[in-house]
Design a protein around this ligand. Structure first.
Ligand SMILES: [Zn+2]
Length: 189
């Protein structure tokens, strides 16, 4: 029977003969030396790169807009349960509005509940106009309503042909400058 030699696990040239009754394949000295080697230091933890890169976020927003046909508000994004979480979007992009801008979308104006004229307000504006031409601001102060309500009433009256606007000119964005409305003279029936 050929004598067994130490398997020399540390490659130190160990030639130690092993007893045939020894179940191990390395000598006790090599085993002890092997056990004494400190384990390698753990790899420093490197967090994985974030999955939701700005590019992926932009794509997600554009996909949403393509499906729903308009720019998503944060509320709508949350309601649609899409990924990433809205807080991830604002954290990575700076703000919700900035995310939309980066996605090439027009941020939507803040939601303002629509208010309809109350009974009597149209008549109050008619009485005001009977005294002379009025601006939206005049009408707003006269009946104590929101500016958009006064404007709505005046534009309805304009559409009905009851009042006519005159204005100083039209601005680049199409809005009329210094609009005043006056009552259209009615011929006696
Ligand atoms: Zn050995």
């Amino acid at each position: 029977m050929t004598p067994r030699r130490c398997a020399d696990p540390l490659h130190r040239g160990c030639q130690t003969l092993l007893s045939r009754f020894n179940p191990d394949d390395a000598c006790s000295a090599c085993q002890a030396a092997e056990a004494a080697i400190p384990p390698p230091p753990p790899e420093p933890y490197v967090p994985p790169p974030p999955y939701w890169t700005p590019e992926r976020i932009v794509t997600a927003l554009q996909t949403w807009a393509g499906e729903f046909g308009h720019t998503p508000s944060r509320r709508e994004w949350i309601a649609s349960r899409r990924s990433p979480h809205h807080s991830t979007i604002t954290k990575r992009m700076g703000s919700w509005t900035q995310a939309l801008v980066d996605a090439g979308m027009e941020p939507r104006p803040p939601h303002r509940p629509k208010v309809l004229p109350r009974p009597g307000q149209t008549e109050a504006i008619m009485r005001l106009l009977a005294e002379g031409p009025s601006t939206v601001g005049d009408a707003m102060r006269a009946i104590g309503c929101r500016r958009d309500v006064a404007k709505m009433i005046l534009e309805r009256l304009e559409a009905q042909g009851v009042v006519r606007p005159y204005f100083d000119g039209v601005m680049a964005d199409g809005r009329r400058r210094n609009v005043r409305w006056f009552l259209v003279e009615r011929e006696a029936a």
